[in-house]
Design a protein around this ligand. Structure first.
Ligand SMILES: [Zn+2]
Length: 292
């Protein structure tokens, strides 16, 4: 859990972070969120009335309007939690919640890599593959605030079962768990993805081929997105995106060979700019947006 105090221009003024594992259960995690807000009020000597509101990004499907967390795939015990109301009662502040990948997209579009583009897919590569879509300069949410799930585009008819319950989704091929397993078969049982990235930077041919394969799976799924939406940019962030040149080269090459020529020529493939801060900046923007 990463927390930050932002000013009205979305500049981070103070920050703190906690392991979600240090909170035993849902109640503990909610208390942790409340404590972190109160800690900022004390340490930064804030008057409560000067706080516009609290924005919270969550790794799972969220009803952003009603303020309900449907569930969190990687944190047990969260099902249909009325988080907005609970936090508002405990803090006496206005609270807004949303999915973290959507907040990342908002932030990258407002102040990051996608600033000058109108139609953008932002995706985060990590354990999960999350996404947020900007269409005509605003976040596209879909009927249930569930749009943008690029990680769950099926890229094969048959394949491994995915965490979403379907099979052969992009995420099962390029999510961290899968690619680390594959990397360890090639480079030994202790290798990290950072090390495989370094090897690729030093032109190790096996490592170059490894990232080329990850990039081509990703590029294949993105070719479909590019054909469908005629985007002007795709922003890639998250841990795996720091694999660098080889991965991006392979994504670009695949889109150029698989997407239709007009759409492929238009789209820029960009690295996310805001790194780990994107979710927090997006959460700040959400508060500003909702309170007009
Ligand atoms: Zn899936």
């Amino acid at each position: 859990m990463k927390c930050a105090l932002l000013d009205y221009n979305l500049k981070i003024k103070a920050r703190s972070s906690f392991s979600t594992k240090s909170f035993n259960n849902k109640q503990g995690l909610i208390s942790g969120i409340v404590d972190s807000i109160n800690d900022f009020i004390v340490s930064q000597e804030l008057i409560k009335g000067s706080i516009l509101g609290v924005g919270v990004g969550l790794p799972g499907p969220v009803d952003s309007i009603k303020g309900i967390v449907h569930f969190l795939p990687n944190i047990p015990g969260w099902k249909e939690v009325d988080l907005k109301r609970i936090l508002e009662q405990k803090t006496n502040l206005s609270v807004f919640i949303d999915n973290d990948a959507k907040l990342m997209a908002l932030a990258e579009h407002k102040v990051g890599s996608a600033k000058n583009y109108s139609n953008v897919l932002c995706l985060t590569l990590g354990t999960g593959v999350g996404g947020g879509l900007i269409i005509n300069n605003s976040l596209y949410r879909g009927e249930d605030n569930a749009a943008g799930e690029v990680g769950h585009l099926p890229i094969n008819e048959h394949g491994p079962i995915c965490g979403c319950g379907s099979k052969a989704c992009l995420e099962v091929y390029v999510g961290n768990n899968r690619i680390i397993k594959h990397a360890r078969k090639i480079f030994g049982s202790k290798v990290t993805l950072e090390e495989v990235s370094k090897l690729a930077q030093n032109n190790n041919s096996k490592a170059v081929k490894f990232w080329d394969e990850v990039g081509s799976k990703l590029g294949l799924a993105l070719s479909g997105v590019v054909n469908l939406l005629n985007l002007d940019a795709i922003v890639i962030g998250g841990g795996v995106s720091s694999a660098g040149k080889e991965l991006f080269k392979s994504v670009k090459k695949t889109i150029f060979s698989r997407a239709m020529s007009v759409q492929a020529k238009r789209v820029k493939i960009l690295k996310a700019k805001l790194g780990n801060d994107a979710g927090m900046i997006g959460a700040g923007y959400l508060v500003k947006e909702r309170l007009g």
